[in-house]
Write a protein that binds this ligand. Structure first.
Ligand code: NAD
Length: 321
């Protein structure tokens, strides 16, 4: 496989060019949270193009049904992404099930929202003892996705760096990583955090032939929010985008190996006719202060993401572990 170049800003990706779907034939793909919502739509779209998709989800019934329907191009693995061992099993199963015995594309899509309860938000009785929050949204969206990333790097590096294979990691984020979403505390932290992962990892991922990108859906109909809340949003003028546009965006990234280090937003068709576009707000093109500091940061941090990188200390002076 041709070496990936270091990440540099080269302008937004042209999303008017449709994905070359033929590239997906025979690819081994993992979709976490693939039993429902936009994950399910993505699974269907990739399987239809001849990819071998591993649906990893908590929802056994829906996952099994979907895998049966799409067989032999899909299999289901029950997996809670907060559980490291279950994710190891998910990767091993994906590799074992694919004809190429590989794992080429990982879509870290599983996530929960404040519909599951955000325990940071409630105001507790000031005269009672403080209530320790359970940070379950952070557990799933951040811990779970970081496990997926760590394992993807491990398994990507096991397979040959060849033309036929890929090392493509995609995060399902959210537009709340750019706009303020009141009362949505843990969720916003989680999706900003994952955007941060993409921005820092893109600076080194190319050294291992790995591509990392971020997809930020707007409002998409799914089981993530209740039907009543969905109806309320529509009555307030919210436009929903179809999950098929998420799947097409995932395909665009998966089939174009020049795409690394970008964020895409899924938009209603009234905003852009393709239904997705490059956010183009992850680089400081016109901002003198941030641009200068970004350039300096790249100069002073010398860490390389290659085996045998032997420096005793990081640029910040911390001992390497
Ligand atoms: N629907 C939207 O409007 C919207 C907007 C922005 C971002 N997103 C993001 O898109 C992703 C998919 O959401 P969706 O709207 O399709 O939701 P969904 O609820 O329809 O699907 C999510 C799937 O993830 C699974 N899941 C949840 N926790 C899991 C865990 N710990 N381990 C494994 N699987 C788990 C669920 O069982 C479900 O099948 C999420 O990351 C979400 O934050 C959704």
């Amino acid at each position: 496989m041709p070496q990936l170049p270091p990440y540099t800003y080269s302008g937004p990706v042209d999303c008017t060019i449709p994905p070359d779907r033929t590239q997906l034939k025979g690819k081994s793909v993992i979709v976490t949270g693939g039993a429902n919502g936009m994950g399910e739509t993505t699974v269907r779209a990739f399987a239809a193009e001849g990819a071998y998709v591993t649906i990893a989800d908590l929802n056994e019934q829906r996952g099994q049904e979907l895998a049966r329907e799409l067989s032999p191009n899909a299999q289901f693995v029950k997996c809670n992404i907060t559980n490291w061992d279950e994710q190891v099993h998910m990767f091993e199963a994906a590799i074992a099930n694919s004809p190429s015995k590989s794992c080429d594309i990982v879509i870290a899509n599983a996530g929960i929202s404040r519909a599951f309860g955000d325990t940071l938000w409630p105001l507790d009785d000031p005269n009672a003892p403080p209530v320790k929050p359970t940070l379950s949204i952070i557990d799933v969206n951040v811990y779970g996705t970081l496990y997926t990333w760590k394992l993807a790097v491990h398994y990507f590096r096991k397979q040959p760096d060849s033309e036929e294979r890929d090392r493509c990691f995609i995060i399902t984020g959210s537009m709340v990583a750019w706009i303020d979403s009141p009362a949505n505390w843990q969720y916003t932290v989680s999706k900003y955090g994952l955007r941060g992962l993409m921005r820092t990892a893109r600076r080194n991922s190319w050294e291992q032939g790995i591509r990392i990108n971020y997809v930020a859906p707007c409002y998409i109909k799914s089981a993530i929010r209740s039907p009543e809340y969905e109806a309320q949003l529509i009555s307030k003028g919210v436009e929903f985008a179809p999950p098929e546009d998420v799947a097409t965006c995932m395909m665009k990234i998966s089939t174009d190996r020049t795409i690394n280090g970008h964020s895409f937003m899924i938009t209603p068709k009234s905003c852009c006719k393709e239904g997705y576009m490059d956010v183009d707000k992850d680089d400081h093109v016109d901002d003198v202060y941030f641009k200068r500091n970004q350039e300096r940061q790249l100069r002073i941090i010398e860490d390389r993401w290659v085996e045998g990188w032997e420096k005793d200390r990081t640029a910040e002076g911390a001992a390497k572990n």
